[in-house]
Design a protein around this ligand. Structure first.
Ligand code: GLC
Length: 737
């Protein structure tokens, strides 16, 4: 940088330090408007409502900053006209909606999108969602959900990207970029909202809304990284979470909202509560009443109130009583106005209602949704390579999820239209001579009286495809389960068709990893498809037929039993790690001595290991990793680790492998996880083909929050693995000096 530029940069920094840096045009517009606003008008901006009898009247008075859950473009324009044309300062309303995995064209649920390990595809899907949703007038979505999830009993694992911070961050950034695009004033740009800030997925017992006990160090090493990555990627807003962390509800937690979010990350976006999460601080026992909750939320750093009505009702009083400084109100309203200016709402507040559906279900949208469903499917078993069924003519299709157009869309698919869903039955009929006997009407159905018909039909088929799983309502918010096996008589249905002696292919369509060990024993192949959305059936049929090859990898660990939860690959080692010599229940001798079984960390009945580890998934071919080499064996703090390796398709079919790089810090000032995902790459290979690949990993990315709460790389011994899942590969040692 030349001397002149250095001088200017230095001057600007000095001016900024004393708070008088020249304002940007954006900040000037915000401040000019803020200066004209009365306290009531400021409070109006901080109030978000979902419908309501007096909506138009309140909008005309400038008493509403945002609405949610209206997707009718005409109605949106009508409310917007009331705000823009009748209110004193003509401030437009911000229209929001939960566009979580598509708007009309529904993509796989986010857990399925994470299974693709394909951020570029996920970004494309988010862009499609933004195009369709903004065409209806929605300019703000409450997505991506970044909650790290280690417990499949929690129904909301469906909405996030699973258990790994690195995968979570890449998926979150992809969605932020897809939703927002490059030009926020473009009418198709939809503001992202990072949620739920923070630690919501650590709910004790996997029971939704339950307490969490997360240390600051765990917050910083596990739960915050994806949020920080998305803030750095330019996310325009963030939502506080329902849960309390060690007794402090996130909606009233100034350490999170001011110290970390604003102070450390310099976030200048807008913070909204979750639905009535401000009011819920009364139920938490953190606020005396709604007025006190309002005081706590605003002083903690919340800008907008979703549906507690506390802000609209009490802020004026609280300011007069001196319990909230008007400066805090000004800060909140600046954040809200800045978002509205950034989206170009003042210049372009209305939606072209005539063309709202012009782009919906566009061929390229459906193609992206189908590709996402193909790549999200995980092949967990394929005995004797029974799949793909490319030479079979007649199949029996059975199971309650074979033709379930509504449930296939999964949770948080409000605006999906089941009549557009392509179900597995519909798509398989295009490929095979299909006999269809559902056997069960819905996933919880226990009526086995039609099993005889299924049995008879199986006798006439060459193979059987059993589609089982979860109705959409069994997944998502407030839908926790204490048991994770297939509901109803689904497992019995699989066992029934097993008796036919025909090849049995099970397709699980669900919102979480279920405990399916029993079902694996009763089938030849099992394909796992996290509620795959509108085009899910077409994707499943292509995979079964062999027109596409499965490449999905588990974004969460699959358990053998719900009792193992929480279970995750990047765990600490403990002082007595399981060592494979454990004695299981059925092998324990009578009158065994107290310590005769050894003393390691496992379950007498279930053992230790999961059913499938994180990052696991089969293909229709096989892959071999070889010639793994590091550029050095010892590295300085400023160095970059280069890992080169060969990946070969050793099978007879085309395939895509997700090559993964894991590291381990063997000794730290605090104990460190046994593995951490640091890189991954999807690699397409034809039969016999070998590609020479490399991962580059700056040593700086081995940093963690250590005993002294410093974010540092601690010198010492490390290991790394290059493999197709978190449990495979061999350890390659290296050191950091
Ligand atoms: C819900 C969810 C949140 C959602 C909000 C608005 O309760 O917790 O994820 O965005 O309310 O629907």
């Amino acid at each position: 940088m030349n001397l002149f530029k250095q001088t200017v940069a230095g001057t600007l920094l000095a001016l900024a330090a004393i708070g008088c840096a020249p304002k940007s045009d954006l900040d000037r517009k915000v401040d000019d408007l803020l200066a004209q606003m009365t306290l009531r008008e400021k409070i109006g901006q901080m109030h978000q409502v979902s419908g309501g009898a007096d909506l138009f009247e309140a909008a005309a008075k400038g008493e509403i900053g945002s609405i949610l859950n209206c997707v009718d473009p005409e109605a949106i324009n009508a409310v917007q006209r009331a705000a823009v044309e009748q209110s004193r300062l003509h401030i437009p309303i911000l229209v929001s909606r939960d566009v979580i995995h598509g708007f009309r064209t529904i993509f796989p649920i986010p857990l399925g999108l994470a299974a693709t390990f394909d951020p570029a595809l996920v970004e494309q899907g988010a862009r499609v969602a933004a195009i369709e949703a903004t065409a209806s007038g929605v300019r703000w979505t409450f997505s991506p959900m970044l909650d790290i999830a280690r417990d499949p009993r929690w129904g909301r694992v469906a909405e996030g990207s699973g258990e790994d911070p690195y995968l979570d961050a890449l998926m979150g950034v992809a969605m932020v970029k897809g939703y927002q695009g490059d030009d926020f004033t473009d009418p198709s740009s939809m503001a992202a909202c990072l949620k739920h800030f923070v630690g919501y997925g650590a709910a004790e017992g996997g029971r939704d809304y339950n307490s969490t006990m997360i240390s600051e160090r765990s917050l910083r090493n596990t739960y915050l990284p994806a949020f920080q990555a998305c803030v750095d990627a330019g996310a325009l807003s963030l939502m506080t979470s329902f849960n309390e962390i060690d007794g402090i509800p996130s909606t009233g937690n100034s350490f999170l909202l001011r110290d970390i979010l604003r102070g450390e990350w310099d976030f200048d976006g807008m913070v909204v509560t979750d639905w009535n999460s401000s009011g819920e601080m009364v139920a938490h026992g953190y606020a005396k009443d709604l007025k006190h909750a309002t005081e706590l939320a605003v002083n903690a750093g919340v800008d907008m109130d979703m549906m507690s009505f506390g802000f609209a009702t009490f802020i004026e009083e609280l300011v007069k009583e001196g319990k909230i400084a008007e400066k805090s109100i000004d800060e909140a309203v600046r954040n809200i106005l800045r978002l509205k200016f950034r989206l170009g709402l003042f210049e372009n507040p209305y939606v072209d209602a005539q063309h709202a559906r012009a782009k919906v279900y566009a061929p390229e949208h459906l193609a992206a949704a189908k590709q996402s469903a193909v790549e999200s499917a995980i092949l967990l078993q394929n005995r004797n390579n029974v799949l793909p069924l490319d030479k079979t003519r007649t199949i029996l299709v059975t199971g309650p999820m074979a033709d379930a157009p509504y449930d296939q869309l999964g949770t948080w698919a409000f605006d999906g239209e089941p009549e557009h869903t392509v179900t597995p039955l519909q798509a398989l009929r295009e490929e095979y001579n299909v006999i269809y006997e559902p056997g069960l009407k819905y996933s919880r159905d226990t009526d086995t009286r039609s099993f005889a018909k299924v049995r008879a039909a199986a006798a006439c088929a060459e193979a059987v495809v059993v589609c089982v799983g979860e109705e959409a309502i069994l997944s998502g918010e407030a839908h926790s389960l204490s048991k994770l096996h297939l509901q109803g008589a689904q497992s019995e249905l699989i066992a029934e068709v097993r008796k036919s002696g025909k090849p049995v292919i099970v397709v699980v369509i669900a919102g979480r990893p279920l405990t399916i060990e029993r079902d694996l024993a009763n089938c030849d192949a099992l394909l796992y498809s996290f509620h795959p959305g509108t085009m899910g059936g077409a994707a499943i049929a292509d995979l079964i037929k062999g027109k596409a090859a499965p490449s999905g990898k588990t974004p969460m660990t699959f358990l053998r039993d719900a009792g193992q939860a929480p279970f995750y690959y990047n765990h600490n080692n403990t002082g007595r790690p399981c060592n494979g010599t454990e004695t299981l229940l059925e092998d324990i001798p009578l009158h065994a001595g107290q310590t005769s079984l050894g003393c390691t960390s496992y379950y007498l009945d279930t053992g230790y290991g999961p059913l499938f580890p994180f990052g696991y998934g089969l293909s229709y071919t096989t892959f071999e990793y070889g010639n793994i080499k590091l550029n050095r064996s010892s590295f300085g703090l400023d160095d970059t680790i280069v890992v080169e390796f060969d990946l070969t398709n050793t099978g007879s079919r085309d395939g895509v492998e997700v090559a993964q790089l894991y590291t381990r810090d063997l000794v730290g000032s605090v104990v460190r996880p046994v593995k951490e995902l640091k890189r991954f790459e999807r690699v397409a290979l034809t039969p016999g083909e070998t590609k020479h690949l490399r991962f580059e990993l700056p040593v700086a990315e081995l940093a963690f929050w250590n005993r002294d709460m410093q974010f540092v790389v601690e010198p010492g011994a490390f290991q790394l693995w290059v493999a197709g899942d978190s449990a495979s590969g061999t350890a390659h040692p290296f050191s950091v000096e």
